[in-house]
Ligand binder design. Structure first.
Ligand code: CMX
Length: 154
């Protein structure tokens, strides 16, 4: 059900300085996005089309990343794992007894996302993501529609 590591999120205090540092370290230019739903500005490094590294600077002092920086300082914030269908992925985790932060997927910059609680994963925050740029695949809302028709025998 888990397809691959989609991205790794790193919390930083100063996005401008950290972006310059990681552009030097990784040898690629970052794309900058404002993810207001997650209350972060992020610098996204696409590495050869595979795993991405995202630097996250908080928007606002009471945001999740601001609280993280205050408690733990800069460093690994979350690991994002790609799934085919966000709601099916979250449901499967719940059936396995994993504590969820999100019961259903919500809109993120790169697709539908949902978080598992770090208490259920040895202190690591895990994000499930159903990317929106899956080429040649049916989006989950369309799959749900198709499955509904199949189940009614139409
Ligand atoms: N990784 C590991 N542990 C984390 C964590 C993280 N990213 N964030 C918080 N924690 C830990 C805290 O250190 C704390 O541990 P202790 O109880 O041992 O002290 C515990 O979780 C509770 O933390 P808190 O500061 O009291 O914060 P809350 O309980 O209010 O919230 C969490 C914690 C994980 C539920 C919340 O941060 C959350 O909902 N996160 C998901 C959304 C998110 O992080 N969005 C940011 C951007 C993501 C993106 O851009 O993709």
């Amino acid at each position: 059900m888990i397809k691959r590591v989609h991205h790794i999120g790193i919390a930083v205090k100063n996005l401008k300085e950290s972006t310059a540092l990681y552009e030097m370290l990784l040898g690629v230019k970052a794309e900058i996005h404002e993810a207001s739903s997650q209350r972060v500005t992020e610098a996204c490094f696409k590495l050869g089309g595979e795993v991405e590294i995202d630097l996250l600077e908080p928007m606002g002092e009471d945001s999740a990343v601001a609280k993280f920086l205050e408690k733990r300082g800069e460093g690994l914030h979350h690991i994002a794992l790609e799934v085919e269908d966000i709601n099916a992925g979250l449901k499967e985790m719940e059936h396995k007894g994993v504590q969820l932060i999100d019961k259903e997927g919500r809109e993120g910059v790169a697709g539908q996302i949902g978080f598992l609680h770090p208490k259920s994963a040895n202190g690591v925050l895990i994000e499930l993501i159903e990317p929106k740029d899956k080429k040649g695949q049916t989006p989950s809302h369309a799959r749900q529609f198709i499955n509904k028709f199949k189940s009614t025998g139409v």
